[in-house]
Design a binder for this molecule. Structure first.
Ligand code: MSP
Length: 514
């Protein structure tokens, strides 16, 4: 059996989720749900990044202890993911005891083998990104994304990242699907053309106490990125003897797929991978960096710019399933994309209200009116008699395998495009066959054309269910489909004759800007 392990970044709990963070989570959820539909054993990990200066400061501002603050915020994240119908298997918290112990084991092991050493750090530090910068990396005295930095000089512990640079470059060059898309791979290779500095992985407690204590020096805590990145592996059992089999299954056999935003490409493709090389743990299968959801000024939607859209408000406007659909269909995975009420409205009205919704409502209305609400039985000699029908049946039965390979290739927007194209073709087919007219003169043929529409609604409704779980459940119930077996999607005439079809209320009412 195939297995699929997918992760999102762990979001900082310095604030509640916004539409940008929801985008990553929805995309990973859609991929996970597709793999479950394919019959793969699937594991989906998401969660929160709870240590570090940013969180300590956020807690102080709210007059809470860091732990109290994290407990509250992680509940907020869980609630928002519930609103988005996110079906994660693991909600990871970096303050979990098992994780803290495993991080300390990793640190001790790397220290014992000489890959972590003490030195004095002199340089620039960005609190909001929790990242050190060299003089050369600064642009006009700020980080490349324009954040403030402060000068720091202190004893710290360093991870010998430079030692693994050559091996990493070799690995990237020999594993073409490791860092995706291609332009991000090139970005990482470009970054690795310069000599890598070693990575500062500690913070003195005098400056920051909220973190995982360094096991070999109690005056220090672990750098938040070193702690957080390990989650992907500790979440499935790394350095936990009782979970060895689980770790083998998900990390060694399945291999991890890290879906991340392009803003955290280097931390994943360079820090995390060299940490794994040093620990002697296999690298993930894929690191896929998606683009940014842009605000009205075409900039990254972000909390620090104050330009975020509120998930609850957007769900209220579009409906959760339609919003999930918008994310996946409108944004080609890897690209940046603007988001606005108008774009959402156009996409939903075109693809969902006028197309899918229209096909469902005209099909069920006609079956109700002319066939007493029962699907006619399939008659191959009638339905497959003309080339147009045969072609439509061919397209319908080959759609599932097309969708599967596009999803496996991280191209969900193209998968949806193919599904919508079949729906368009079916609406055109009905237009040309006009069963509303022929029902009176040639009911057998009209019945077959409507039967074809029902079959296509079964196939497309199932294929869209990972994106729009609740709406597709409703759709499939309307046409009397009970199970979602993957194999049945490449088969024709699965719907039995005399299946009772409910007259459907509009599945996706058109939305208007008020
Ligand atoms: N805590 C680190 C990640 C540690 S992973 C071990 C972090 N957290 S974050 O809260 O800043 O979230 C970063 C992620 O949120 C981005 O990589 C991206 O996946 C997502 N996004 C945040 N804003 C976004 C947009 N405007 N558009 C798309 N994704 C966005 O960095």
């Amino acid at each position: 059996m195939s297995r699929f392990y997918v992760t999102t970044p762990l979001y900082y709990v310095n604030d509640k989720p916004h539409l940008g963070t929801a985008y990553s989570t929805v995309t990973a959820d859609v991929l996970a749900r597709y793999h479950r539909l394919f019959g793969n054993e699937t594991l989906f990990l998401t969660g929160v990044d709870e240590h570090g200066q940013k969180i300590q400061q956020a807690a102080e501002k709210r007059g809470k202890s860091p732990q109290e603050h994290c407990d509250e915020l992680s509940e907020t994240f869980k609630n928002v993911w519930r609103d988005f119908d996110i079906q994660y298997d693991i909600f990871f918290r970096t303050t979990s005891g098992f994780h803290v112990t495993a991080v300390q084991k990793a640190l001790q092991e790397l220290f014992d083998k000489g890959d972590i050493y003490a030195n004095t750090y002199e340089g620039w530090y960005c609190v909001s990104e929790e990242i050190f910068y060299t003089e050369k990396e600064l642009v006009d005295g700020k980080t490349p994304t324009g954040k403030e930095v402060v000068r720091i000089s202190e004893k710290n512990y360093f991870f010998r990242m430079s030692k693994y640079q050559t091996r990493l470059v070799e690995y990237i060059n020999t594993h073409p699907d490791f860092i995706r898309p291609e332009n991000r791979k090139n970005e990482v290779l470009g970054f690795l053309r310069q000599p890598l500095a070693d990575l500062c992985i500690s913070r003195p407690k005098s400056r920051l106490s909220w973190g995982v204590e360094i096991p070999f020096d109690h005056d220090y805590v672990t750098y938040v990125w070193f702690d957080a990145l390990l989650n992907y592996a500790t979440g499935v059992g790394l350095y936990q003897p009782a979970r060895t089999d689980e770790f083998h299954k998900w990390w060694h056999e399945a291999g991890a797929n890290h879906l991340i935003g392009k803003d955290i490409l280097i931390t994943h493709a360079v820090y995390w991978t060299t940490m794994l090389l040093a620990m002697g743990v296999p690298l993930p299968k894929t690191i896929f960096a998606h683009g940014w959801v842009l605000n009205r000024d075409n900039e990254k939607m972000s909390k620090s710019k104050g330009s975020v859209m509120d998930p609850k408000e957007m769900i209220g406007f579009a409906g959760v399933d339609a919003l999930r659909y918008f994310f996946v269909r409108e944004i080609h995975l890897g690209n940046d994309a603007p988001i606005s009420h108008e774009l959402i409205m156009n996409r939903i009205n075109n693809d969902l209200a006028n197309n899918l919704g229209n096909l469902l409502s005209r099909t069920t209305t006609l079956i109700d009116k002319f066939f007493g609400g029962m699907t006619p039985a399939f008659q191959p000699q009638v339905a497959g008699a003309d080339p147009m029908s045969r072609e439509l049946i061919d397209h319908a039965t080959s759609l599932a395998s097309k969708v599967k390979s596009l999803i496996e290739d991280f191209q969900p927007s193209l998968a949806l495009e193919n599904i919508v194209e079949l729906l368009n073709e079916t609406n055109r087919f009905l237009e040309s066959k006009a069963p509303w007219k022929t029902a009176k003169t040639d009911p057998a043929t009209a019945g077959q054309h409507l039967y074809m529409a029902v079959e296509i609604l079964r196939i497309t409704g199932t294929l869209l269910s990972p994106v729009m779980p609740a709406k597709c459940r409703e759709l499939l119930k309307t046409i009397g489909v009970k199970s979602l077996a993957w194999e049945s999607l490449s088969q024709w005439a699965v719907t039995a004759g005399q299946t009772s079809i409910a007259k459907a209320p509009p599945l996706f009412p058109r939305i208007e800007l008020t």
